[in-house]
Design a protein. Structure first.
Lengths: 256, 140
């Protein structure tokens, strides 16, 4: 017992180091499963990301917290490793070696994809909200904003004064989107010709969820990550800009 | 030295996020507008210039490449710390709002991807397959 306690103490006291070991082990097992169980058809990193999500669910159920595995004291370091700071550092690092000419040429298409992506998500989310009986302007706009990303939802909802249960729903919608993009991208990549930097930039602009795009492209083809992430990083800001303003006024004009 | 690469990367990220933060304030938005994107552009431009002048040794470059290489493990850690329970508890409305938004936008990827290419005046001969590189050479 005291040996286990000592071990737990060591793991908890060295959180980030524990996270390196833990994620390494998880990745190794995932690649093993990819080779043995799917003969490499499902990419190891896709399995690792899916396993991460399942473990996050287990952690959430087990602890009642909101940070997945990181709410288990021994694994709190996973929260540092997977937090916004190191995630953004690593995303920036992936830009090392990207082809600037591709970015310059994809610029106009990427800008269009951002606008279409943000407004498309707004409209679809608001329509679903309406279908489920959330017919007041604030709720429709907030849930629509949540369908953009789980940050745009609460930012918009707070700005226009939506109720807290609607804001929670908007966050859930954004989380569903992010997870679906994370796990589903490798499976639809071929169908939407997501195999080149140009399309990756458009994909990033249309999907917008940085975590989803980052994970989805990583599991599809790591070379595409910087291109998708580059446009996706503008999406949340654009959504926060348009949600409580243009979109809110548009919905109010139609339904208010 | 490796630390030079890491420091360069860190400086680019901080500068980019700072710009994104300022842009957010300027636009009156409670969010960082494109900070990571600016940081990426900054890193590409600076590294390109330094390498061309031979001022960023291969060892220093490893400091950037390490972080690029641990990107996927970091994404796995990120996945493992998401609030999956909340997403599941959001019920059908949240699930449909999220998944239909994804489906609608996915369907638009090929169309906008093609539109962007035509708009940028990429040579038509490149046909779907050619990833960026081909038209680039023709353009130059």
């Amino acid at each position: 017992m005291s040996i286990l306690q000592t071990l737990g103490g060591v793991l908890a006291a060295n959180g980030l180091v524990t996270a390196f070991a833990f994620v390494g082990l998880l990745t190794w097992l995932s690649y093993l499963a990819s080779n043995r169980l799917t003969r490499g058809h499902v990419h190891g990193s896709a399995i690792a990301i899916l396993a991460g999500l399942v473990l996050a669910w287990v952690g959430g159920v087990f602890t009642g917290g909101s940070k997945g595995l990181a709410d288990i004291p021994v694994l709190a370091g996973v929260g540092i490793l997977g937090g916004a700071m190191l995630r953004d550092l690593a995303i920036v690092a992936t830009a090392f070696g990207v082809d600037l000419r591709v970015i310059r040429r994809a610029g106009p298409g990427a800008a269009v994809s951002l606008l279409v992506g943000v407004f498309g998500s707004f409209v679809v989310g608001a329509a679903v909200a309406y279908a489920f009986g959330y017919t007041d302007t604030e709720s429709m706009v907030t849930i629509g904003a949540g369908a953009a990303t789980y940050i745009v939802g609460p930012v918009t909802g707070t700005a226009i004064g939506a109720s807290s249960d609607v804001i929670a729903l908007s966050i859930a919608a954004g989380l569903v989107k992010s997870m679906l993009v994370m796990t589903g991208t490798p499976f639809v990549a071929k169908a939407i010709k997501l195999d080149n930097p140009h399309t990756a930039m458009v994909f990033g602009g249309l999907m917008g969820t940085t975590s989803g795009v980052a994970g989805g492209l990583a599991a599809t083809d790591p070379k595409l990550v910087p291109y998708g992430a580059m446009t996706a990083t503008f999406y949340t800001g654009l959504g926060c800009l348009l949600g409580p303003s243009v979109f809110y006024f548009a919905v109010r004009a139609v339904f208010g | 030295m490796v630390i030079y690469g890491v420091a360069l990367l860190a400086a680019c990220m901080l500068a980019g996020v700072f710009v994104g933060e300022l842009l957010g304030k300027l636009l009156g938005v409670q969010a960082n507008v494109g900070g990571v994107g600016f940081a990426m552009l900054l890193l590409v431009v600076i590294c390109d210039a330094l390498i061309r002048r031979g001022r960023l040794s291969p060892v220093s470059q490893q400091g950037v490449m390490f972080w690029s290489a641990v990107y996927i493990p970091i994404v796995v850690a990120m996945a493992a710390t998401q609030n999956v329970v909340a997403a599941v508890e959001g019920g059908l409305a949240a699930f449909l709002a999220g998944s239909l938004a994804v489906a609608a936008c996915l369907l638009l990827v090929p169309a906008i991807s093609r539109m962007g290419r035509v708009g940028a005046g990429a040579a038509g001969g490149g046909a779907g397959e050619g990833p960026g590189e081909g038209p680039g050479k023709e353009g130059a």
